[in-house]
Unconditional design. Sequence first.
Length: 148
Amino acid sequence: MQTPILKQLKIALGYDCNRDCGFCLQLRKDKSPFLDFSSVKKVMEEPMVIENVDRIILTGGEPTYYPYLETTLSIIELAHQMGKETCVFTNGDMLDANGLSTLKKAGLTRLRVSLYDPFSVFDTKRLMRRLKKYGFPAMAKYTVTKET
Ligand code: SF4
């Protein structure tokens, strides 16, 4: 039997978020201390990760939100130097021109925007246009609940 190979590494930095969605499973978890860059770096520099992993996914909570942003940018920069793709799972709230340009400069390759609210088609289109302008493939995930 072939040995499974780890191709993606998904890192949950912590569970804080600027939103408070009623259905969120992450916010109900322990408020344990969030991951710092040196702990993540140690994992990223494991031979198994260096040799096999193609993409590093950053999630939370919200990876672009205050306590995590600095770590998120450092991880993206390191992954970029290592020749790996990166993807940030985000609610999109921090993705103004400044936020997008900062993530792009760090070397981010993908963003997956999670949409929850009764989000208007207009807002979705506007956000996708902005992602395209900064060279990110447009990727969105809708969460559908009774409320939305
Ligand atoms: S945006 Fe995502 S992480 Fe934040 S509260 Fe909502 S579901 Fe949870």
